[in-house]
Ligand binder design. Structure first.
Ligand SMILES: C[S@@+](CC[C@H](N)C(=O)[O-])C[C@H]1O[C@@H](n2cnc3c(N)ncnc32)[C@H](O)[C@@H]1O
Length: 333
């Protein structure tokens, strides 16, 4: 247990990085693979350099993007109950970002007197470092073990539990996985849980497509900039010459799959050079690159996914308007 007090103790922060160069290697592999397919596609994790992370923060404040407010509302109403049910001494958070909403949970665990350690894992190094510094100041006695890494590849680097643990995966990020990899991801998370531990999972819910599409087509164009940011990342990291202005932001609800798709649509025929990969990529006018899916859930779908990962539902918590759900789950007995 770290020393309690008002100041920052050096021992209370430890940060491990597992990206060291492998971040750009994984970008190179994803670009090589994804931009040479008949239907071009990239995984969403490459949006999040520090500029992308800032844009995501602005998205969370947008009037159209209800998810963050709805999830916060649930946390504010139910964090105490979650703290009581879990008795958690540590909180692991996957895709932790700025850990803005996390404070509501940390407050509840701290008031319950059980909180000892916070373990954020994110690909964005600056976010892990700055949230660790801020949180040890805000929660005297808290130790933070940050993990800079990819939650698809580095879950085994999360340190073993020291006491009852909650693994939080908030913000609807699980919706970015297509169904097969979603279950694989949930099985990976289940391996982090002992019999007394819990998963706290945030998922956006199926609703009127107009509300869903508006959330990804904001009037200010912040989501469009966030979407185009992946091209800036490729330009910088792989010495490419995409002009982001050549691509239009597209976000549509696929009613069959019940997910939002974000795409970048070429406004004209073009050829971009990616020098680091010694390749040219051709886009026809109107051709699209899929950059993100964001699946929307029902309780039944989520329960099926949890069961496939060996997890059972403990609580299904929603906001007053039933827009978003927070699910507390544990290893099946
Ligand atoms: C949709 S944001 C959610 C942020 C925050 N948890 C929230 O609820 O507001 C996704 C977060 O996951 C991180 N992320 C995306 N893909 C990742 C990956 N493969 N591995 C680790 N972190 C990832 C991003 O950097 C970002 O902070």
């Amino acid at each position: 247990m770290p020393r309690a007090g008002t100041g920052l103790t050096r021992e209370s922060i430890r940060i491990d990085s597992h990206l060291d160069g492998s971040g750009s290697r994984s970008l190179a592999e994803d670009v090589l693979d994804g931009l040479t397919r008949p239907f071009k596609e990239l995984p969403p994790k490459h949006f999040y350099d520090s500029h992308g992370a800032e844009l995501f923060d602005r998205i969370c404040e947008l009037p159209e993007y209800y998810q963050t407010r709805a999830e916060r509302e649930i946390l504010e109403q139910r964090a105490e109950e979650i703290a009581e049910l879990t008795g958690a001494s540590e909180l692991v958070e996957l895709g932790s970002g700025t850990a803005a909403k996390t404070r509501v949970l940390l407050d509840a665990l701290s008031s319950a007197g059980t909180l000892e350690r916070y373990i954020p894992l994110d690909v964005t190094e600056s976010m892990v470092r700055s949230s660790a510094r801020a949180l040890v100041e805000e929660y005297p006695g808290l130790s933070v073990h940050g993990v800079i890494g990819d939650f698809e590849r580095h879950l085994e680097h999360i340190p073993p539990a020291l006491g009852p643990r909650v693994v939080a995966f908030l913000g609807g990020t699980i919706g970015n996985f297509p169904p097969g990899s979603r279950r694989r991801m949930l099985r990976g998370i289940a391996r982090l849980l002992g019999a007394e531990d819990h998963l706290l999972l945030g998922t956006d819910l199926v609703k009127d497509p107009r509300v869903l599409e508006a959330a990804y087509n904001d009037a200010e164009g912040v989501t469009a900039e966030f979407n185009r940011n992946v091209l800036r990342v490729i330009n910088r990291e792989l010495d490419a010459d995409f002009d982001p202005a050549d691509f239009e932001h597209v976000a549509i609800f696929d009613e069959h799959h019940e997910w939002i798709e974000m795409r970048l649509r070429a406004r004209r025929g073009l050829v971009a050079t990616i020098a680091a990969l010694e390749m040219d990529v051709r886009f026809d006018a109107g051709e699209e690159l899929r950059t993100e899916i964001s699946a929307k859930f029902t309780r039944e779908r989520l329960q099926g996914d949890l069961a496939a990962a060996g997890l059972e539902l403990v609580r299904w918590l929603t906001d007053a308007e039933q827009r978003f759900a927070l699910t507390l789950a544990r290893p099946s007995s």
